[in-house]
Design a binder for this molecule. Structure first.
Ligand SMILES: [Zn+2]
Length: 430
């Protein structure tokens, strides 16, 4: 099977490529990138006016399977990812049961082989059942194919246990992904502390809830030499601490989620749980600091923290609804609109932060579409404007605060291992 993509603007940050050219794919590999490739192919795609880039890699999604299939499944979550231009996704282990053993890692990998249309790279839990008491079988999960460990959804509050986990992760070349939240400081908060919480009449989550653990984890990574990746950074001071960690030579990387740079807590219109996520939407000065961090490279990449919930769950008031919003299908357009159109990143830089850099953080040799590399690609129209409509989402979750928002940059096609898996004009294939 061969596939020829003609006349697209090929942007491949890994090789500093940016120009109109053709791309020939044979089997699962890119075999040629050049102007006017004369060869015939089984399938020809006219990409005139479109950008052709390495498929996005999402370090942070929640697929909800097993245990919460009413919210999302590996199948629907992978379709949402493909519709968002993602070709690889890392599901977090807070399922039921948790992904805390070699068998559970294998379950996810095997289920994904049957049901998923993008690559699924599982993340294992740090502690058994994510209970924070006893370490999970970190060596066994590494052997079974986990790409990282994380207690996402919470922090391991026992610093000694977490330090032991970091040492083991380092021995087994596993990334440690940290959700930074001091549970003792949360105190029933559900939106950002300060004027927003006061206006909405609910308890607030202060920046220190995140910052205290961010600092702790950077210090533990410094001591253990573990590779630490900080999830969904949301505060101004976390950017400063990450900068400090990098200057000290700590192996620390960081992600920011589109909602944290696309909206402030002042935009929460009322008691609507579609605006509730953890960490919460922050103040304007935090949003500005995150953008500055992306601009100067202190913040390495963009991940979604795609967190689907049922409509019923999100109809509950702010105080009792679960945390989280969906993100796979809005990440690119929100990022393009707010960061590229907003002058924070160039388009090649955005692709780098959504594909090349996450691949490097995982060490998986993807995020590059030069000759000989895996043909995981996204085609998008940077000029197309549209209004976000949650009813169109492939995800089971429609819980987004961005419904009705006008954005620019539409995903047209997603190609995984040389096969078109999503085509905006035809839907899902396979
Ligand atoms: Zn989290």
């Amino acid at each position: 099977m061969s596939l020829l993509i003609k006349n697209g603007r090929v942007i491949n940050p890994a090789t500093d490529t940016d120009g109109i050219m053709d791309l020939l794919i044979e089997g699962t590999r890119v075999v040629k990138a050049a102007k006017n490739i004369p060869e015939e192919a089984d399938q020809v795609i006219d990409a005139k006016g479109l950008c052709v880039a390495p498929g996005f890699i999402d370090l942070h999604v929640h697929l909800r399977e097993p245990g919460f299939e009413y919210k999302e499944t590996i199948k629907t979550g992978s379709r949402a990812a493909a519709r968002g231009g993602y070709t690889s996704i890392c599901p977090m282990p807070n399922t039921k049961p948790a992904i805390d053993s070699a068998d559970m890692v294998k379950f996810i990998i095997n289920k994904a082989k049957e049901d998923a249309i993008v690559h699924v790279l599982p993340v294992g839990a740090v502690t058994k059942g994510q209970q924070g008491q006893e370490l999970a079988d970190i060596a066994g999960m590494a052997e079974a194919g986990a790409v990282a460990i994380s207690e996402d959804g919470k922090s391991v509050m026992n610093a000694n246990l977490y330090r032991d986990a970091m040492k083991l992760a380092e021995e087994h070349s596993l990334l440690v992904m940290a959700h930074c939240e001091d549970i003792n400081l949360v105190n029933g908060g559900c939106v950002n502390a300060g004027p927003a919480a006061e206006r909405l009449g609910v308890k607030g989550i202060s920046n220190s809830v995140e910052d205290v653990i961010t600092v702790r984890d950077i210090l533990l990574a410094k001591e253990t030499k573990a590779s630490l990746h900080l999830c969904h950074c949301s505060t101004k001071d976390s950017v400063s601490f990450i900068r400090w960690g990098k200057e000290e030579g700590v192996k620390v990387t960081a992600e920011v989620c589109p909602h944290h740079f696309s909206m402030t807590c002042d935009e929460i219109p009322g008691n609507d749980a579609n605006y509730k996520m953890n960490p919460p939407l922050r103040a304007k000065e935090d949003v500005e600091a995150l953008k500055a961090g992306l601009h100067d490279g202190v913040i390495d990449c963009i991940s979604t923290d795609h967190a689907p919930h049922s409509a019923e769950e999100k109809k509950k008031p702010l105080e009792s609804a679960p945390f989280g919003i969906v993100g796979s299908e809005t990440a690119f357009s929100l990022s393009y609109t707010n960061l590229v159109k907003g002058g924070v990143l160039t388009l090649p830089e955005l692709i780098e932060r959504m594909s090349t850099v996450p691949a490097k953080i995982l060490g998986i040799g993807k995020g590059d579409i030069s000759e000989g590399k895996t043909a995981d690609l996204v085609l998008f129209d940077p000029e197309a404007e549209y209004v976000i409509d949650a009813s169109e989402f492939a995800s089971k979750g429609k819980n987004t605060p961005f419904g009705g928002r006008k954005v620019q940059g539409r995903i047209c096609m997603t190609i995984v291992d040389g096969k078109v898996v999503y085509d905006a004009s035809r839907g899902f294939i396979g």
